[in-house]
Write a protein that binds this ligand. Structure first.
Ligand code: F6P
Length: 363
């Protein structure tokens, strides 16, 4: 029998289970293939005893509609920068990729399918360069991978953010308030920008366009003067002022990244300090954006990504990542997949069109 190992790494994302099921179902249509899953990304391979399960039809049946990942995940076990707690309590990051390669080779998998975002695909590239037959599948609600036009999870997060925004509008209107809603996205403003357009926000603040607080106060005052006394603001968690201030929660042990979150409160204070007299309320949407069942768009995208990933295995196109480009399911090299970060361009038509809809970016 030939064997393929599947794993999910980084943050969970609606659609992960649909990819897993897509791979397993497509593999079952070929004779002589078995699909396995490593629990909690590569920890399933590192751990003694190893945690590797067979993805039987019983395990994968109907999972495409479920959020999260049946294989579990972690963003604190990067094999290239593996966190090890020192006796004094500090954390040191070490490279365990050679150890991982040795373990994977001993397990004799014919292919490894790594489902994850930009960090996970960097891991895929290192493993492939060290002789492991890897295929990548792009995942992220942030939509920040440049090699694919879309990533699954983004549309679901956007729908959740838009539904939440709509609910906040009713309070803004009824109480004549300024409602600030903070969304995720790390250094990319895609969720915020799309939500602002879909919801009809007056102000949208994104990391790519640093804001000037006085411009936002002007916009708010302008709205109140016209007798339409309410304003809805969408702010991306990575948004910053022209002076470069960014809100980050305390660094987490074992995490390579600074955790973002709380910019809505910072913005609220900045508005009050700058003379905004209106009542302000803040909502930090947080992980609800990543939770629950994927919407139909993401189920389709993720299922087809899964099928495509297994077909790349059959074609022995290792060192590639599945991609959706120009309306086609295709693949790109892991090199290309990890080269650029896909962020909003301030000169793009989308930003100009948003301004045409009256949305202020505070620039
Ligand atoms: O990359 C996805 C994402 O949800 C970001 O939008 C967010 O900044 C981050 O992950 C949150 O990570 P965690 O789940 O570790 O708090």
């Amino acid at each position: 029998m030939k064997k393929v190992l599947v794993l999910t790494g980084g943050g969970d994302c609606p659609g992960l289970n649909a990819v897993i099921r897509g791979i397993a179902k497509r593999a079952r249509r070929e004779k002589g293939w078995e699909v396995y899953g490593s629990i909690e990304a590569f920890n399933g391979v590192f751990n003694e005893p190893q945690e590797i399960i067979k993805l039987t039809s019983k395990r994968t049946a109907g999972i495409h509609i479920k959020g999260g990942t049946i294989l579990k995940t972690t963003n604190k076990s990067n094999p290239i920068k593996f966190p090890v707690t020192q006796p004094d309590g500090t954390v040191k990051f070490i490279d365990r990729s050679d150890e991982l390669v040795k373990k994977l080779k001993a397990l004799k998998f014919d292919a490894v399918i790594n489902i994850g975002g930009d960090g996970s695909q960097r891991i895929s590239k290192v493993l492939h360069d060290k002789g492991i037959p890897v295929i990548g599948v792009p995942k992220t609600i942030d939509n920040d991978l440049s090699a694919t036009d879309v990533t699954f999870g983004f549309q679901t997060a956007l729908q959740i953010a838009t539904d939440s925004f709509d609910k906040l509008v009713t309070t803004a209107e009824s109480h004549h308030r300024v409602m600030i809603m903070e969304v995720m996205g790390r250094d990319a403003g895609w969720i915020a920008l799309h939500t602002a357009i879909a919801g009809g926000a007056e102000v949208c603040l994104i990391p790519e366009i640093p804001y000037d607080i006085s411009k936002i106060v002007k916009r708010i005052n302008g709205r109140y003067k016209k007798g339409r006394g309410f304003v809805n603001i969408v702010v991306a968690e990575g948004a910053k002022t022209k002076e470069g201030t960014i809100t980050a929660s305390a660094a987490e042990k074992g995490s390579e990244h600074v955790r973002l979150g709380g910019v809505a409160y910072q913005l609220s204070k900045q508005l009050k300090d700058a003379g905004c007299k209106a009542e302000i309320r803040e909502t930090v949407l947080g992980h609800v954006q990543r939770g629950g069942s994927p919407i139909a768009f993401d189920r389709v995208l993720a299922s087809l990504f899964g099928v495509k990933a297994f077909e790349l295995v059959l074609e022995k196109k290792f060192g590639q990542m599945v991609a959706f480009r120009n309306n086609e399911y295709t693949s790109v090299t892991l090199e290309e997949a990890t080269r650029d970060y896909h962020v909003v361009s301030k000169d793009s038509y989308m930003v100009r069109a948003a301004k045409g809809l009256g949305i202020s970016f505070g620039d």
